[in-house]
Design a protein around this ligand. Structure first.
Ligand code: GLN
Length: 254
């Protein structure tokens, strides 16, 4: 009799502790965070082609996750694909030098802005004929699918009469310009600046337009816990100097 009762008690205790274990597991959620394949200095692909990324976004996310104690896996998909993954619930969030815009705010919730940006037009460094938008008439222009650069090019297209070719990643878009296939591309200023500083055969010919800031995005009304942690962590790494340290690591001239 006593043995039997003990058995029941043991079973109950085991059930309770299993349940507790189960709960612990779910609080150790691994967030799926989607990003771009190449958007230096925010996403810098490993030169050896390992598929690993470094960069400002990558380091900021790692520092914030450490500060807030959450786990994540990084899905390196490309910009447009990252947004598609977010929308189809394949990703919990996007960090990819993603501009906070009024239009996007209708679909996504953004963190506090963490970097200021805008769009510029770039041409091949040896091109002296394309200097302003009107020089694009009848020509081919490259842009990256789903980006603010593409939206801006789309806006100018009717007025100035050019054709747009869309690319899924920035390096291929640049190549289309340096190879002479397209006469110009539209890209974010800090990314184009970094590219040129690194020796890319491109030059910027316009002032920055479409000024906006980068933010970490989740679907509207979803993953609010993650978004709150990101914002808190961002505040903390700004306060403790880590944020500036990351920027300096990638941007400061050495
Ligand atoms: N900032 C741009 C946008 O949000 C481009 C982002 C990117 O190419 N990764 O559209």
């Amino acid at each position: 009799m006593l043995k039997r009762m003990l058995g029941i008690v043991l079973a109950v205790v085991m059930c309770v502790s299993f349940a507790a274990c189960g709960e612990k597991k779910s609080s150790e959620k691994v967030y799926r965070i989607a990003t771009d394949t190449a958007f230096p200095p925010f996403e810098i692909p490993d030169e050896k082609g390992s598929g690993k990324l470094t960069g400002i976004d990558i380091d900021i996310l790692a520092a914030i996750a450490e500060d807030q104690g959450f786990k994540y896996e990084l899905d390196v998909l490309g910009f447009d694909a990252a947004v598609v993954a977010l929308e189809s619930n394949q990703a919990d969030a996007v960090i990819a030098g993603m501009s906070i815009t009024d239009k996007r705010k209708q679909s996504y919730d953004f963190s506090a802005p963490y970097y200021d940006s805008g769009v510029v037009m770039a041409v091949s460094s040896d091109n002296d004929t394309i200097k302003e938008y009107k020089d694009l008439a009848g020509k081919k222009v490259a842009a990256k699918r789903g980006t603010e650069g593409a939206t801006f090019a789309e806006k100018l297209k009717e007025q100035y009469g050019f054709d747009i070719t869309l690319f899924d990643d920035s390096p291929t878009m640049y190549m289309d310009v340096t190879s002479g296939n397209s006469v110009a591309c539209f890209e974010d200023y800090p990314v184009m600046g970094y590219q040129i500083a690194k020796g890319s055969k491109l030059k910027m010919v316009t002032d920055m337009e479409q000024g906006s800031s980068y933010g970490f995005a989740v679907m509207k009304g979803k993953n609010t816990e993650l978004l709150t942690m990101f914002d808190k962590g961002l505040e903390n790494i700004k306060a403790n100097g880590k944020y500036q340290e990351i920027l300096d690591k990638y941007i400061k001239e050495k």
